[in-house]
Design a binder for this molecule. Structure first.
Ligand SMILES: Cc1cc2nc3c(=O)[nH]c(=O)nc-3n(C[C@H](O)[C@H](O)[C@H](O)COP(=O)(O)OP(=O)(O)OC[C@H]3O[C@@H](n4cnc5c(N)ncnc54)[C@H](O)[C@@H]3O)c2cc1C
Length: 361
């Protein structure tokens, strides 16, 4: 059976590897000449990401581990949160894609690089067209990232790679909510033992490079910017259905992204695994994958609503909420026990524990 995967990002590559190992004949189309570039992501994922992805040997790509962080809202104080254990890691994202590319190539996946491909209607389903060619496939997996799906809500994100003047705590991420970053937030993610950081933000407002200054100032950080990179951050709009005839969407293209952070590596990985598992069993209806996606969509919509509420709360109130939450022992317990990729679960548990401690006070 012939499968086309459109997009050699992490979700498409992981699916291609798994499908090829399951005996499918796979061709991957990628518009760029080099897999993994241009870079656009911070690369923060759950601590057990590589094991969960089925590639524990890639643990060596971990650049930093985080147990918690500091959060600041407007002119308020800096509030510390800690799970007490490593909950997240920063990976070498281009290194991850390079490793998956190598694994896919050696398991027989064919690559059409520098080939911008489109999904085209053919008799009874969809095929693929790319410059100078057109072909029918049994299954077409769309893993082209957020730009391929116009129903998604996205905002621009920008990051700077910064060599810091003085080291930051290497196991903490720094987060800023500010009027200077409307519609989202900014982050500083240290790596290389706190000597370097990815300093980023997303916002619907323009002038993102200038807005990075707000972030440096808020945490008293300085350093030399060694380059900028960025892309569209998905903040909502995942479709209900991901499969139409022989076409199926995966990863960011399917909106499998946490709206509260724009993080899609973990959900794209889970999606690719579920899709491969269906096809390994020969289930071309992709029943488990579609069910998983629909359940996920419900939880993403809930997170999106809760996050919008948080964003629309004035910074002074956010500061007070952060103060209360950071001082509560229940918060550490929730952060330690919660699933890193289940934001609606984390928020719900924080609200529940907060209410319980207020009632018992
Ligand atoms: C600033 C920023 C920071 C982020 N930080 C994090 C983070 O810390 N943690 C996290 O989990 N997520 C993060 N993300 C999100 C993460 O980058 C995405 O969720 C992830 O890349 C999605 O993987 P994907 O394979 O679905 O799509 P993509 O990585 O977007 O890959 C799609 C691929 O398809 C190719 N393509 C597109 N159209 C075509 C076409 N027509 N033909 C052929 N090829 C095509 C593209 O060139 C690309 O290589 C961040 C995003 C941004 C913008």
């Amino acid at each position: 059976m012939n499968v086309a995967v459109l997009g050699a990002g992490p979700a498409g590559l992981l699916a291609a590897c798994g499908l090829s190992q399951a005996g499918y004949s796979v061709t991957v189309f990628e518009e760029h000449p080099r897999v993994g570039f241009p870079e656009h992501c911070t690369g923060i994922v759950r601590h057990d990401f590589f094991e969960a992805a089925g590639h524990p040997e890639l643990e060596k790509l971990v650049l930093a581990g985080y147990t918690g962080g500091y959060v600041k809202a407007g002119e308020g104080g800096v509030h510390r949160f800690s799970a007490g254990v490593t909950k997240a890691v920063m990976m070498d994202r281009p290194g991850y894609e390079a490793a998956l590319y190598e694994a896919a190539s050696s398991s027989g996946v064919g690559f059409e690089l520098k080939s911008r491909a489109s999904v085209v209607p053919v008799k009874g389903g969809y095929g693929v067209a790319w410059p100078g060619s057109r072909r029918v496939f049994d299954l077409v997996v769309g893993a082209r990232g957020p730009a391929a799906n116009t129903s998604l809500r996205t905002i621009p994100g920008l990051q700077a790679r910064v060599e810091l003047d003085s080291r930051l705590e290497p196991d903490s991420v720094y987060v800023l909510f500010s009027r200077g970053i409307p519609g989202y937030f900014g982050w500083i993610a240290p790596y290389d033992a706190g000597a370097w950081a990815k300093v980023g933000l997303a916002s619907y407002a323009g002038g993102l490079t200038g807005r990075l200054r707000t972030l440096f100032k808020a945490f008293g950080v300085s350093g030399r910017v060694k380059g900028y990179f960025g892309g569209r951050v998905v903040v909502g709009g995942a479709p209900v259905e991901v499969k139409r005839l022989n076409y199926v969407a995966l990863g960011d293209e399917a909106g499998q992204v946490k709206p509260m952070t724009g993080g899609g590596l973990g959900l794209g990985m889970m999606g690719a695994k579920t899709l491969v598992s269906d096809l390994r069993r020969g289930d071309l209806t992709l029943a488990d994958y579609r069910r998983w996606h629909r359940r996920l969509r419900g939880s993403l919509r809930l997170t999106e609503a809760m996050f919008r509420l948080i964003l629309s709360t004035p910074c002074s109130i956010k500061d007070r909420m952060l103060e209360v939450a950071s001082g509560s022992p229940a918060t550490q317990m929730v952060l330690r026990e919660s699933d890193f990729d289940d934001h609606s679960g984390v928020l719900w548990n924080l609200v529940r524990e907060g209410a319980a401690s207020l009632l018992s006070a």
